[in-house]
Design a protein around this ligand. Structure first.
Ligand code: NAD
Ligand code: UGA
Length: 451
């Protein structure tokens, strides 16, 4: 086995595959990194000035490496590259199954299986296959079974190297990760992959474990993060009826060094492509392996989140009542600094507001409005605005759903909202004093309403 991989292929040019491979290529100019995807439009976008993923710092990293040792190619050209590869990352989507055994909870491994099939058909010699996608524990067994059918006499090692980057900070997270996790069964392939990361990650941040622990640790890490958000959101509801303020409660709780301050920001509900699907995958694994009590515990993290989103929309619908009126939605992305709206709270909340017969106008600086409406199943009725000012004009209620920086400094007094309009701050980012001075009313999550 070559001690240091010279040729890497990554299958999947999405939010993880694209930025991760760009950083590897940037940091390891002597490695040829090729990213393959079925989606020809996505590949074309990676090869253009308009990258398919918005991430601060990404364009600069891609600009340095693309065409030098970073290549984005279609599936048709992938077979030849696969035959030359020392190391192959599988970085495709692992959504929740929609049919069959475990539908609604278990991870759908069909895309992973088709990658394993592709590798099995085209790889030559010895190849290290790396699970970069988030997988259920023991998924490597499935991959190994498919690889074993290889007809070229090739040999394989399977590693688990789950990704911990968060969107909006992906480049920072990849360049200076808290940890890199490599799970495997034998030291040599683990060392080969670790040698790549050691080019820029301090050795003490590279954690090695068994395969199954690595697969499960990734699901566990997301479950813990989401659980903190659901915990603080559960408290936000109690704050609203008792006069306590959730930000004050979070500050006190988080200043205990055993707990820490991160992931205690109450919100309209967590979103993103992974928290919900990964927790549901964990729930399914618990059920499948005969621990229903543990399944019920994790299920509650998701249920609380669904309730938080509903609760927020219900408050707006109740306030506007029969008067109906226009609601301005500020922010469609699931968090700031990304164009990603998968599972964003805005999807559910916009749907609910529309179903209640309200007029909804939305503004987001990065999200593609048409794609959002299509994904939300909103065929017509919701209107796009090109600026905050346009969105707020004539609004009776405003729902701030993403914490974009530009929303913090809105000059409320200069906007033409209807008198006594209520601002629903789903992120607790607005200055109550500025809202009050503009003669508007504020409802914050887990806060005290202005009178
Ligand atoms: P994504 O949907 O953005 O990208 C996946 C890509 O894989 C798509 O472009 C798709 O066309 C391609 N693909 C699917 N099957 C293919 C095949 N057989 N051959 C070639 N290409 C194929 O997904 P993502 O957000 O990048 O997530 C990928 C994995 O990483 C998931 O398991 C996810 O849970 C995990 N993850 C995501 C994040 C994140 O922030 N998005 C962070 C950590 C881990
Ligand atoms: C999350 C994890 O943070 C990453 O470590 C992981 O790699 C990734 O999932 C994944 O596996 O996909 P991401 O979903 O990109 O990353 O973003 P987060 O910063 O975790 O935010 C998730 C959601 O929780 C967002 O909607 C955010 O607004 C919300 N959130 C986060 C809160 O409501 N309150 C908080 O205190 C923190």
């Amino acid at each position: 086995m070559k001690p240091f991989p010279k040729k890497i292929v990554c299958i999947g040019a999405g939010y993880v595959g694209g930025p991760t491979m760009a950083v590897i290529a940037d940091r390891c100019p002597e490695i040829e990194v090729t990213v393959v995807d079925l989606n020809a439009d996505r590949i074309a976008a990676w090869n253009s000035a308009q990258l398919p993923v918005y991430e601060p710092g990404l364009a600069a990293v891609v600009g340095r490496a693309r065409g030098r040792n970073l290549f984005f190619i279609g599936q048709g050209d992938g077979a030849k590259k696969m035959a030359e590869a020392d190391l192959v990352f599988i970085s495709v989507n692992t959504p929740t199954k929609t049919e069959g055994e475990g539908a609604g909870k278990a991870s759908d491994l069909r895309y992973v299986e088709s990658c394993a099939q592709f590798i099995s058909e085209h790889a030559r010699g010895h190849t290290i296959v790396v699970e970069k996608s988030t997988m259920p524990v023991r998924a490597a067994d499935t991959i190994k079974r498919i690889l074993a059918k290889n007809s070229h006499g090739g040999s394989f090692e399977v590693l688990s190297n789950p990704e911990f980057l968060a969107e909006g900070t992906a480049i920072r997270d990849l360049e200076a990760p808290d940890r890199v996790l490599i799970g495997g069964e034998r030291p040599e392939p683990i060392e080969a992959l670790a040698s790549v990361y050691r080019r820029w990650v301090p050795a003490e941040r590279i954690i090695t474990t068994g395969l199954w622990s690595a697969e499960l640790a990734k699901l566990a890490a997301n479950a813990f993060l989401a659980q903190r958000v659901s915990s603080i959101n559960a408290l936000s509801a109690l704050c609203e009826v008792t006069g306590a303020h959730v930000d004050e409660v979070a500050r006190v709780v988080g200043s205990d060094s055993r707990i820490g301050p991160k992931f205690l920001k109450a919100s309209v509900g967590f979103g993103g492509s992974c928290f919900k699907k990964d927790i549901l995958s964990l729930v399914y694994l618990c059920e499948f392996h005969g621990v229903p009590e543990a399944a019920a515990y994790w299920q509650q993290v998701v249920d609380l989140n669904e309730w938080q989103k509903r609760r927020f929309a219900d408050q707006i619908i109740r306030q506007l009542g029969a008067a109906k009126g226009k609601v301005a939605v500020l922010g469609l992305a699931f968090k700031k600094d990304t164009n990603d709206f998968r599972e964003s709270a805005a999807l559910d909340i916009c749907r609910q507001l529309m179903a209640a017969g309200l007029e909804v106008v939305s503004y987001d600086p990065r999200v593609d409005f048409a794609e959002f409406c299509q994904s939300a199943g909103i065929a017509r009725g919701m209107q796009p605005a090109h600026t905050v000012r346009e969105a707020l004009s004539g609004a009776s209620a405003v729902a701030v759903l993403t914490e974009w920086e530009e929303f913090r400094s809105i000059d409320w007094a200069s906007m033409s909202l209807v008198p006594n309009a209520v601002i629903y701050d789903g992120r607790n980012i607005l200055d109550p004093e500025m809202i009050r001075r503009a003669n508007l009313l504020l409802h914050s999550i887990g806060g005290r309403d202005s009178d």
